[in-house]
Design a binder for this molecule. Sequence first.
Ligand code: GLA
Length: 734
Amino acid sequence: MSKSLITVEKETGVFHLHNNEISYILQVEDENVLSHIYFGKRISRYSNHKQYLRRDRGFSGNVPGQALREYSKDTLPQEFSSHGSMDYRIPASIIKRENGSNLHDFRYDSYQVVAGKPALEGLPAAYIEAEDEASTLIVTLKDRDQAIYLDLLYTIYRDRGVVARSTKVRNETGGKISIEKIASMQLDLTNSGRFTDVLSLPGAHVRERHVARETLTNGTKVFESRRGASSHHMNSFVALMGQDANEFSGEVMGMQFVYSGNHRFEIEKDQIDQLRVLVGINPYNFSWELTQGEAFQTPEVLLVYSDQGLNKMSDTYHCLLRERVARGEHRDQERPILVNNWEATYFDFTSKKIEQIVDEAADLGIEMFVLDDGWFGARTSDNSSLGDWFEFEGKLANGLKGIADYVHGKGLKFGLWFEPEMISIDSKLYQEHPDYLMQEPGRTPSSSRDQHLLDMGRKEVRENIQQQIESILDSVPIDYIKWDMNRSMSDAYSIALAPENQGETAHRYMLGVYELLENLTTKYSNILWEGCSGGGGRFDAGFLHYMPQSWASDNTDAVERLKIQYGTSIAYPISNSTAHVSAVPNHQTGRVTSLKTRGDVAMCGVFGYELDLTLLSEEEKVEIKEQITFYQAVRPLVQFGTFIRLASPFEGNTAAWMFVDEAKSEAMVFITRVLGEAQPLFHEVRLAGLEPETIYTDMETGETYAGDELMNLGVYFPDFYGDFQTKLIHLKKQ
Ligand code: GLA
């Protein structure tokens, strides 16, 4: 029988979740208030000495029903705060009852320990493959006066530094309640000075997931998306960091939301410098009605602790997301090297042009051809046909099937682009079902890229789209699908919902999308699905549950990609992050970089090409063949190895990172100096993650080095000349 992961001490009311790496401790305090004791490095035994100190503080009143002046919810670290019972910090929930009151006061009611990890119905979540991989504690709180219950779910994995958390609200009041805010997780931390900083991943379209670190000061810091998607603008991830924490040392606590819609991370530093962290669906434009007996399950948060800096936290996320969030046949499979025709042709392609590209691709050793936007409806530009998922008659001489057969005939796989959640006004779908467009009837909806959202919360809308996609998939042999979403949500109004339920529109949209994804990815499990939203606008753990990879950014410039890929790696595995070599001058920045630089950068992700192969010179073809052969050799290492960041492109003129396989017998190091230097510094970098006494051979030069030599002495960068210089070093155990 394997060791228990959850200890419950009935006398003291202490719950201790623990594995070999971490401990999470909570306790039922006086008056049945559930308090937070600890989350961090594993402790072998908790002896109940850390009960929160009692002190009478002015203007911090008492727990309702209790006269003890020294005990107030206003400063007590709690597992889930109430609203209106003298805790003036940000509330984790606001729930309105029929009499208009939104007051509640949650107290401990009961608990359950269950083996494994329950699935969250209709939602993406981390999962287990065997019951003893994890245990789950469910602590139930109840409002002091009303039968409103909160089930707080805590799953601890046996072999990972992770606690997965979520909340379920149950209404047993006999009447209706309306949830206006419900966090998936609250974490109250005492003022121990452990966490001084917060790291987030803000950005924009073509500038996703840049790294931002700042010091927390008193007041509330918010990181959120109100765009109906997890967004390019603020990724659904933050980490708390100790003042001295860096990539390799110090305490870091990551919070990753497994959700692709509006999110909100709130961090409040209170009157005595304690921290309250809340993560959940954004309460902006949100409400959810529950009638008697109904329940609402929040999406989950993956809470990760590292005592060895950001790299260890990232590694925990990489393994968890790759192994227990992503699903499907392709989860553990090496991903094909593709060529996508988007930047090669945009909308302007013919069968002949595609066949020429495919011929070149076959010759170069590329493994898959992806036909991007423009093959359906009457789509000649981005202002029509979304929603018309049938072939653009006459555009491809032998039709889509003809192209698919041609590609397969050349020994390549065939992939196709869809943007299923959208509708163009200029479309057959709009002519037939104008009401499918998400809008308030009678009000002109806002357009973006000349397109609108479908109301995916409605079953008939989803069924229409699913049938259209299925009829393509059933008639054309397709190996891969790119699932795009090219605008943010606006006009969040659903004609299917009553006036008082309009606040449910955005979340019902997301649940609808998840249902459609579940249906299609299960039915067509042979297909490799890739997420996309104008690049990385929905690059989150929720989408990863359905699609094991996502297009990291519409920005294919090798230099700008350094920051995008570096930032992305903080929270997401490399196997999730696709990267392509494109033409120069780069279409987004106008920058010219060498084919080598473009290849080296893209080879640090799931690799592909996105340029007109028919325009390549003979020398370029030779170089591309070499890139493909090299990538094929290192592909398992890149896609499934341990990734370690060594030098940040946000901090200077260089960047470096590396990959090491599980056996530590192979590694690949990437180094770059961005701009040329007339009086060059001797840049150097110390490697990491190798076996100290193993001798590694540099596969290019044949030189040999001991692991500890590379990790302690480090290596010099080559004497680079010019801008945008890169190098890949491939090391193998002798
Ligand atoms: C988005 C994607 C691109 C491409 C276009 C097609 O912008 O991110 O890769 O597929 O749509 O319209």
